[in-house]
Design a protein around this ligand. Sequence first.
Ligand code: COA
Length: 310
Amino acid sequence: MTNQDLEKLVDTSDEWITTRTGIKERRIIKRGEKTSDYCIRAARQAMEAAGVVAEELDYIILATISGDMRFPATAIFVQAALGAVNAAAWDISATCSGFLFALHEAEALIALGRAKRILAIGSELLTPMTDYTDRGTCILFGDGAGAVVVTEAEDEERGVLSTYIGTSGDQADLLYCIGSGTAGSFSSGLATNGEHLLRMNGNEVFKNAVRTMGKAAVTTLKRAGLNTDEVDWLVPHQANIRIIEATASRLHLPMEKVIVTIHKYGNTSSASVPTALDEARRDGRIRDGQVVLCVAFGGGFTWGGAAIRF
Ligand code: COA
């Protein structure tokens, strides 16, 4: 869906969307596609790249706020489709920071010796919960999935150097979707009155995102014992190019060191960091031995960071 397509739906323009967000187009699901379908495709590509087969997986951790069903967890469908018979699979809900929460959990389980190989996925089909009459939100979101395989490090110098997650539950009213949750009318069988749609105070979210992404990046680096000048690539959550630029500027990193995909995919929530990582790894920008700093921010609010030496 391009900005020109959106011009036909709401009172907006390619120029406004491009200058205010950096987005030119986003990917939209085909009718009948489910979040698990996206996850399965991403998972297969990640396992192939890692040289890991499904039976070797100990856990599958899927970050999503847009799962196939209320229950069971979408990760269950991924497990079945992959044939990951030795894995336990579950979902986590941490909005746009979800993938970094999954990575945090995966890294901790491996460090504890509870697992050797974990599939961590971030996937979101946000367009079904997007209000295409609200120009303040409908221009932003796209659908996607990204996956990584986290394994025991063969070399002490490489791997996940630090992770950091945080939440501030007192600002949940700034970005939410009631959906079929018990806070809404769905559970009493009443009409949903638009409760299935995402609601956001864009301006307030923007200010909080700028402040928090920068702080999360600094904390993640500190935990890894790294300085900014040791970072080869910043892989930020792709919500708005202005938020990305502000985060890079806070770290004194030039934009040449920042992986940007927002122009092509829009905001894909928990899928944005793993898809950007994957793209930059496959096209040869992220090379072995380089340090990558990932950082994200999302509704709740939630935030997270990870420093990784590839
Ligand atoms: N096209 C044209 N005009 C639009 C518009 C659109 N799609 N959306 C809003 N506007 C208008 C507003 O109505 C307002 O008009 P007014 O001044 O006449 O009242 C004006 O543009 C400015 O609106 P504002 O909301 O202040 O714009 P903004 O610069 O904050 O940009 C967002 C809006 C949504 C792009 C921006 O706030 C944002 O990116 N927020 C964070 C979103 C986010 O990251 N969410 C997920 C968290 S991970």
